[in-house]
Design a protein around this ligand. Structure first.
Ligand SMILES: Nc1nc2c(ncn2[C@@H]2O[C@H](COP(=O)(O)OP(=O)(O)O)[C@@H](O)[C@H]2O)c(=O)[nH]1
Ligand SMILES: [Mg+2]
Length: 461
């Protein structure tokens, strides 16, 4: 535990009606008492009970700086687990800065980004995955993101991991007990079929969590939608129509879009990340070819693919590109956007050979016709399940990676059990699985990893 008392402005930077300055650490209360004059004599903070509010004045060398409210929290019953004072002052930037300077002059240190939350983690108030959710909660901009972050911060995910680790430890201890008696070969404490059964259960839970990342990531970062097709089909016009702004350059010159252009947009409360790409055609232009390579990368990363087709030459375009596009769309939602319906008749498209959920829709990107219908189709195709409060969904890349490693390890455990490998091999993989799960909650995490996580927080949290 550190001895330094830290302080920071916890409300958004700039002018507001009021601002909150937070002070946490062993000397939080005594340092605040030195700059604070309570309205009622004898009401010094040191004498106040926890969770109390005290009214008074911040004073510098006898001069009043501001009238404030002091909220008092006593260790361990505070966010950080330490003694904490929150000064609510008036929102002027000048006042905020003066109080902060006064605190520093009195012996506080300015907090680093995320340091309050890091202390909460260090003092056992929350595990690492919960601490990370605090940052997500602050950054959340949609109902879905908010629900995910709140459930993670409250420990839904931590509980699931705890149960998993308990099960794994149980198997491991049985296996290792057996190893301790390796001289007695006939001894088998761990009934193999029971172990296999347990490994299956564990595998299912981890694999479920790993797969939930697709949903979690879509909610957190937007559902990736690649807009692809031939040059001049109207992809950039469609991006602009969807975003309702002139984001991408539209022109009738083939090969105008050479790089990937991305932006996000909420439709019916879901965030979509639209990715406009270079049109696919055979060309000798080196830069354009690099762009086309990226088109295929983006296509592979997308959950939903909007294949924009110029209606006036629909069958040629489909014949031309099917061979390149369809193999990459097998497990994606594919929508054929039949564009330029203002110029050409809509025609039926033969969908044999297409992924079975393929949809088609005629639109005019230029005239903004059919855009609402396309948006509804996108929401339907997103297949984001409505999450309930209790659903545990992984939305953090670090957690996803750790879980993926844990899944690999448990697969090796299962292989080991099925092939009657000796207990020490299996127990090694079990240990590894536990290690990766512990990494998520922060039981085995290094300072470097911690520093990396907390530096992305805002100051004051
Ligand atoms: N008539 C008509 N022209 C369109 C439509 N959408 C795009 N265009 C035109 O087609 C040309 C190519 O459009 P652009 O969006 O740059 O195509 P991209 O190469 O696929 O990105 C431009 O001249 C657009 O104005 C549409 O719905 N109707
Ligand atoms: Mg374009």
């Amino acid at each position: 535990m550190t001895n330094e008392t830290i302080c920071a402005i916890s409300t958004a930077p700039g002018v507001g009606g009021i601002a909150v300055i937070r002070i946490s650490g062993k000397e939080a209360i005594s340092l605040c008492d030195r700059i604070f004059q309570p309205r009622k004599a004898g009401k010094s903070l040191a004498l106040q009970p926890a969770y109390s509010l005290t009214y008074g004045t911040i004073v510098e060398k006898g001069e009043a700086v501001d009238d404030v409210m002091m909220a008092l929290f006593r260790a361990p019953h505070s966010f950080t687990g330490e003694d904490t004072v929150e000064i609510t002052c008036h929102g002027s930037v000048y006042i905020q800065q003066r109080i902060l300077q006064l605190l520093v002059a009195t012996g506080c240190r300015l907090a680093k980004p995320g340091e309050f939350t890091q202390r909460a983690f260090m003092n056992g108030k929350m595990d690492l995955s919960q601490a990370e959710a605090v940052a997500d909660l602050i950054a959340s901009t949609s109902a879905g993101q908010h629900r995910l972050a709140l459930s993670q911060m409250r420990g839904g995910f931590s509980q699931e991991l705890k149960e998993l680790r308990a099960k794994l430890l149980h198997i491991t201890s049985l296996m290792e007990l057996e190893l301790d008696f390796a001289d007695h070969e006939e001894l088998e404490f761990a009934d193999r079929s029971e172990l296999k059964e347990l490994a299956v259960q564990i595998e299912q839970v981890i694999s479920h969590l790993v797969h939930s990342f697709k949903v979690g990531n879509a909610i957190k970062n937007g559902i990736p939608v690649a807009i692809i097709g031939e040059t001049n089909a109207g992809k950039s016009t469609l991006l602009n129509a969807l975003l309702n702004e002139e984001k991408a350059i539209v022109s009738d010159i083939h090969g105008t879009t050479r790089d990937v252009i991305e932006d996000t947009m909420y439709i019916h409360g879901l965030q979509f990340r639209f990715i406009d790409t270079a049109g696919i055609r055979d060309t000798h232009d080196t830069i354009e070819n690099l762009g086309i390579e990226r088109t295929f990368q983006k296509l592979e990363q997308a959950d939903i693919v909007l294949w924009v087709i110029d209606l006036s030459e629909a069958s040629q375009q489909i014949t031309q590109l099917s061979g390149k596009i369809l193999p990459l769309c097998q497990d994606k939602q594919l929508i054929l956007v039949l564009n330029k319906s203002d110029m050409a008749e809509n025609i039926p498209i033969d969908l044999s050979g297409f992924p079975k959920q393929t949809k088609t829709i005629p639109i005019s990107a230029k005239q903004k016709q059919g855009i609402n219908e396309l948006q509804s189709m996108l929401v339907e195709s997103a297949q984001i399940p409505a999450l309930s409060q209790n659903d545990v969904v992984v939305s953090n890349v670090r957690h996803y990676e750790a879980l993926s490693h844990a899944l690999d390890a448990i697969h090796r455990v299962q292989d080991g059990l099925n092939n009657d490998l000796s207990g020490d091999f299996i127990s090694q993989d079990l240990r590894e699985c536990i290690f990766h799960l512990s990494d998520i909650v922060g039981d085995v995490t290094t300072d470097e990893v911690l520093g990396n996580i907390f530096k992305h927080f805002c100051i004051g949290k």
